[in-house]
Ligand binder design. Structure first.
Ligand code: FAD
Length: 320
């Protein structure tokens, strides 16, 4: 009787242990799968990250890709914050400058920096010298601003030159989050067309998320090359119209004009130069409702506006 009792007790204990083990395993698996991966940054100490790719985007801008410790590691930078990078200037003196990665934590295993390098810039010297397999010392996260989804109804962003990187980071985080309905209107100013950073990436976002994102490029200098392209496109336009008139096809002139303009639009990269041409002829922002007057003389302050959505609200009437 006693033996039978002990046997029953054993079975009960074993059953309880088995249930406990299964519960622990399930709990651990749940905890592991729901836990956010730990970031690779240290706010107090500089950590070294290996440069694995360097792509020259223009004469003074390059994209640097750094590897994280493992292919599944994340940088762990909150949206809206930046990192401090340490390097050596031309005189060999230590220099520390802030930079904003253009990648998010959804880009695992690596992070990217888009850097504009100035001829006399101290940290620019360090980046100019950096080659694949070199290491960069990075500390962070830094900054007081931290974006929370749904924090505001709409963002009005104003950026110039390399100041686009923090805006790009926040805009990307908003747009790539399907639960975030925040609208983003970005005015991005540069000196020349060639200075525009991340243009392809911004254009892709504007096309993909046209109901939530508008980008307006503002330039104040047109290069000779742009003028030449503009000139030849208008010669072509004139030629088409002339042919139509010669063949007494007034009915088709408008159609041809429309076709030529749309053809020119492609050639002139999304109509930038076309708008600026008209703007030059009729220097009045009222002619083009989606243009913004930079406040300078129309002859000197060239205005380039790209508007990707026909229904877009002009940025000055956007309510933040
Ligand atoms: C939050 C934040 C994020 C940023 N993110 C990015 C980013 O992602 N990408 C990026 O490219 N930049 C970014 N920047 C800018 C970056 O931090 C540096 O300011 C930039 O790279 C220039 O640093 P530098 O040391 O090379 O130039 P500096 O040595 O500071 O010089 C800057 C310019 O001033 C000129 N200059 C310097 N001293 C003098 C002088 N005595 N007289 C006349 N001219 C002088 C230089 O010729 C150069 O053109 C960011 C800045 C901030 C605040």
């Amino acid at each position: 009787m006693d033996l039978e009792f002990l046997h029953t007790l054993d079975v009960q204990i074993l059953g309880a242990v088995a249930v406990a083990v299964v519960a622990i395993v399930i709990g651990a698996v749940f905890l592991f799968s729901s836990k956010k991966p730990k970031g690779c940054l240290d706010p107090e100490n500089f950590k070294q990250f290996k440069l694995v790719k360097r792509v020259q985007l223009s004469h003074n801008v390059a994209k640097f890709t750094f590897a994280l410790p493992t292919p599944t590691s994340v940088l762990g930078l909150p949206i809206g914050q930046h990192i401090s990078c340490k390097g050596k200037d031309g005189q060999g003196e230590e220099v520390i400058k802030p930079y904003t990665p253009t990648t998010l934590d959804s880009d695992v295993g690596q992070f990217e920096l888009v850097i504009k390098m100035y001829p006399q810039g101290r940290m620019s010297h360090h980046f100019r010298e950096m080659q694949v397999s070199h290491y960069l010392a990075v500390k962070g996260p830094k900054g007081r601003f931290r974006y929370q989804p749904g924090q505001v109804r709409a963002f009005g962003m104003l950026a110039g030159g390399s100041g686009i990187t923090p805006m790009f980071q926040v805009a990307r985080a908003i747009l790539e989050n399907p639960n975030d309905k925040t609208k983003v209107h970005l005015i991005y100013a540069n000196v020349t067309y060639e200075d525009i950073l991340l243009k392809e990436e911004l254009d892709t976002l504007a096309e993909r998320y046209s109901s939530h994102f508008n980008v307006y490029y503002v330039l104040n200098q047109v290069s000779c090359l742009s003028y030449a392209r503009q000139f030849y496109c208008y010669l072509f336009l004139l030629f088409i119209c002339l042919i139509c008139s010669l063949y007494c096809l007034p009915f088709f002139i408008i159609e041809t004009l429309v076709f030529s303009i749309s053809w020119c639009r492609e050639v002139l990269e999304d109509c930038n130069l076309l708008i600026s041409f008209f703007y030059d002829l009729f220097p009045c922002s009222a002619t083009f409702p989606n243009t913004i007057d930079s406040g300078e003389s129309p002859c000197l302050a060239w205005l380039y506006i790209e508007n990707y959505t026909s229904t877009a609200t002009p940025p000055h009437s956007t309510q933040p």
